[in-house]
Design a protein around this ligand. Sequence first.
Ligand code: NZQ
Ligand code: ZN
Length: 392
Amino acid sequence: MDNFTFYSPTWFQFGKDAEALTGACVKKFGGKKALLHYGGGSVVRSGLLDRVKKSLDAEGISYVELGGAKPNPLSGKVYEGIELARKEKVDFVIGIGGGSAIDSSKAIAFGALYDGDFWDFYDGTQGQVQESLPIGVVLTLAATGSEASTDAVITNENGMYKRCADGDVLRPKFAIMNPELTCTLPPYQTASGAFDMLSHCMERYFSHTPEVEFTDRLLEACMLTILKEGKRAMLEPDNYDARANLMWCGTISHNNVTGVGRAQDWGTHHMENELSTHYGCSHGAGLAILTPSWMKYAMKTQGTERFVMFATRIFGCQMDYEHPEATALEGIERLQVFIKDVLKLPTTISEIGGKMEDVPELARSMFHGAPNHGNFVKLTPEIAEEIYRAAM
Ligand code: NZQ
Ligand code: ZN
């Protein structure tokens, strides 16, 4: 196991009606005036925004509002939010919604304190984010883990480059997590969220670091939970326990408690950024399309050992000692069945509107100003093209 540092200070308020405690959480962390940032309106329609405001009123916390964060959030809304946060002198930013509203809130929160262009933290000009207004989250979609992660993923409209900034200060001070709020999700978003969290586990599971038994087992627990509760949430959208298990699992799958002390890959995530940007699919759907092709390439070039582990421990495949690659492949096939039959997500790039002739542009855009992708498999533009083609 490698040496590591781990700092994860988020306060979690989990369970039914948790949003009623938003005001108390802001107060606990010293906030007096908040910017409430949300997406396209689901939080208005569900009445959640009103309930959050009521809890802020009850604690005497003032606020301003900014809606309109798009799925796969855009830089333009971040600039607008930074201006508003400065003008209104807010001392807290609260993201209400899924990963997109949360990440847009994070970028606003650190951008408001930075003299230069917030994009400097995305294009490699600056390192990790060191300073930010405090961030709070009211989560409505179990998926990205942004409610406890160090990351903020934004797409720059100037060239449509989707990139990630990170830093410990981007871990929210608090996360309000009421699983009931996720019962209104369309099946496509429930499924995308489940696959995103599965991928957060897989990006960590496929590692060359030896002797990481404990985090292997934590990752396996998360993956088994996602298979079981993801299926249950698809069949019974109002099942509180399925939603609750999935929601907490999404957090633990990406706050990095499962990833410390081991090399992580992230190549599939970086390839996916191009699919959601070019074709407007959900992040989780893009991952579902690419992951089996990445796995087949990886087992061909990096050996079957980890893929056999995945097949036997996650999908219960019988070990074929004479032909371990057959066992590994069976695991990938069962994953494909889960994607198609249980989650009902797309399985090819063509299904979301891509064409074979797009492949060079996908790889170019991915490597634009970002030369390093992947660790278990170190991606080159040629390898990325091969995987995109296999997923077409
Ligand atoms: O915009 P509104 O109207 O709120 O509707 C949203 C949106 O259309 C809707 N929705 C959310 N909660 C709902 C709901 N509809 C009904 N009922 C609810 N309870 O769902 C749609 C998708 O929302 P979005 O926030 O885009 O989804 P998700 O949570 O999957 O976030 C995806 C973004 O997060 C990034 C992705 O790249 C993508 O940009 N990621 C962020 C990470 C992080 N910060 O740590 C890590 C991830 O790997 C990922 O890259
Ligand atoms: Zn993800």
